[in-house]
Design a protein around this ligand. Structure first.
Ligand SMILES: [Zn+2]
Length: 309
């Protein structure tokens, strides 16, 4: 059904992907603060298991409308050496000292694949990316990328030592089905790595409705520690290591910018407030908070290495 309030989108009603229940309570409504897709989107909390999920949500035919051409991961052609990618490569290298085959799900324009080529060159890396333009851009840089959704990618018969999903799980229509499939593709002793924004992070608690991790309507799920644990458990996975590695400062300051942008009416004050979040004194001021949040694993994004249970 096409929603009149979101005239460019078709919305569909869904049930909880973890327990199948359809009873839920309203959790949060918010617009698209990042790419301004028209509409107000709704997160609901499952009454049975507590999972927070978008309902109704854009149906598959609306995918192109919610991922605009300037969507960041489709255009990250020059940030292969970003410290976040290097930290993720190092995280893998510490846990798996023997090189092997790695599959990157939601590879975008291939930045992580290129970072792997530099940081862990003995590994053989392949990406899966549904967006044709991003997949083509990745291939032009020499990355091996299959253009398909992870649900339809021809991967059966191949086993992988490592499978990575960087900020991907929350975008998937059925993350449980995908993780169950990926677990089947994992070599014994292999790891599934994922980075997930958690709505019980300190950043989310402080910034409320303006937290950048909601990212409606592209995020179909807002996991917290409990529901992420339930998801892993239901997929037959167990978390063996976790850390806050990526976007530690960015997610907090971006959330503050969204908050200032939406709540400060006076133009000059708003511009000054946003400029302040980029300033060196402000970044020094928030450093103790970020340090403590990272130490307690309460930053926006948590990176997990999971293995078959
Ligand atoms: Zn549920």
């Amino acid at each position: 059904m096409k929603d009149p309030a979101t005239s460019c989108l078709f919305l569909e009603e869904v049930v909880c992907c973890l327990c199948g229940h359809h009873h839920s309570t309203p959790f949060l409504t918010a617009p698209d603060r990042a790419h301004f897709v028209p509409g107000i989107f709704t997160l609901r909390r499952c009454k049975n298991c507590g999972l927070v999920y978008q309902n109704p949500r854009p149906s598959p035919e609306s995918s192109a409308a919610i991922y605009p051409a300037d969507y960041g991961p489709y255009n990250n052609l020059n940030d292969d050496l970003h410290p976040d990618w290097q930290r993720l490569c190092a995280f893998i290298g510490r846990l798996q000292t023997q090189p092997g085959r790695l599959l990157d799900v939601g590879a975008g324009a291939g930045a992580f694949l290129r970072a792997m080529r530099v940081a862990l060159p003995e590994w053989s890396v392949t990406g899966v990316e549904p967006n044709a333009r991003a997949a083509a851009a990745a291939r032009r840089t020499g990355a091996h990328v299959i253009q398909a959704t992870i649900e339809t990618a021809p991967l059966d018969g191949t086993v992988w030592d490592a499978i990575t999903l960087w900020n991907v799980v929350e975008h998937l229509p059925d993350p449980l089905a995908v993780l169950r499939r990926l677990r089947q593709l994992l070599r014994p002793g292999g790891f599934i790595y994922m980075t997930v924004p958690l709505c019980d992070s300190w950043d989310a608690r402080l910034c409320g409705a303006y937290w950048c991790g909601w990212e409606l309507p592209r995020h179909f799920y807002a996991f917290d520690r409990a529901s992420l644990g339930q998801l892993l458990n239901a997929a037959g996975l167990i978390s063996s290591r976790s850390a806050c590695l990526v976007g530690i400062e960015y997610h907090f300051t971006e959330s503050l910018r969204l908050l200032i942008n939406a709540t400060v009416r006076q133009f000059t004050v708003r511009r000054l407030g946003i400029a302040l979040t980029f300033s060196r004194p402000f970044r020094l001021l928030i450093r103790p908070y970020l340090w403590m949040a990272a130490r307690m694993q309460r930053c926006t994004a948590l990176t997990i290495a999971a293995r078959a249970a």
